[in-house]
Design a protein around this ligand. Structure first.
Ligand code: PLP
Length: 229
């Protein structure tokens, strides 16, 4: 059996290789450990191996883990779909949210962010490949949404997030990730101070890093296969 510490180390090596292959310093890419469906003990094992940033899809499950590991002072990212009735929990408990895809949700998060906490760090989720059933703003609407989010007082806009459809091979994954990178560059050229491109998961992190990802979200390769809900 491979331990979480060993799997984490293997993922760090994959990231380092991908950065070297792309001619990028390894310090440019952060690793987010996606702990959904795993309990606080798995989070503690990863934290003991030096992992500080964790991602959760399901708000209630995430809040339970945040509270159960509060003694560790970890940083928590909400990466799952957001409904209006969950924004308060996200605003009160998380440090980051990657899945903002409409203004109404952003306005609620800003209004509900407790005054004593830092601004909530936000990425806008983009539906880069136009999959009809998927969350995310259409690429052509991303600039307007980014400007509106950047103006909200208790949010700090940091970048873009995408979850493309699984690609058949590296080249196909790279092509899709490059489209997100181009959109990211376009928004920056329009004056938005973005520093975070959240793309790449267990299966496609090499392609995402080749295209310019600054944050990869990795679950399975660290914690193992997830059971059903
Ligand atoms: C589950 C999930 C991940 C991690 O996926 P793996 O393939 O297990 O690495 C990353 N991002 C989001 C938004 C997810 O829901």
């Amino acid at each position: 059996m491979t331990t979480i510490a060993e799997k984490l180390q293997a993922v760090r090596e994959r990231i380092a290789h991908a950065c070297a292959a792309a001619g990028r310093p390894a310090s440019e890419v952060r690793l987010l450990a996606v702990s959904k469906r795993f309990g606080p003990l798995a989070v503690r094992a990863a934290a003991a191996a030096g992992q500080r940033e964790f991602g959760e899809n399901y708000v209630n499950e995430g809040v339970e883990k945040i509270e159960a590991t509060a003694d560790l002072g970890l940083t928590w990212h909400c990466i799952g779909p957001l409904q209006s009735n969950k924004t308060r929990l996200v605003a009160e408990h998380f440090d980051w949210v990657h899945s903002v895809d409409r203004l109404k949700i952003a306005e609620r998060l800003s209004a509900q962010r407790p005054r004593h906490r830092e601004p909530l760090q936000v990425c806008i989720q983009v539906n880069i490949d136009g999959a009809p059933t998927k969350a995310g703003v259409a690429p052509e609407d991303a600039l307007a949404l980014a400007r509106a989010v950047a103006a909200l007082p208790s949010l700090r806009l940091r970048g873009l997030m995408t979850i493309p459809e699984p690609a058949p091979d590296f080249e196909a994954a790279l092509a899709v990730h490059r489209r997100t990178r181009a959109l990211f560059d376009h928004l920056r050229a329009q004056g938005l101070p973005l520093d975070t491109l959240s793309m790449g998961m267990s299966d496609d992190l090499e392609a995402a890093i080749a295209a310019g990802s600054t944050l990869v979200r990795v679950g399975t390769a660290i914690f193992g296969a997830r059971g059903a809900a």
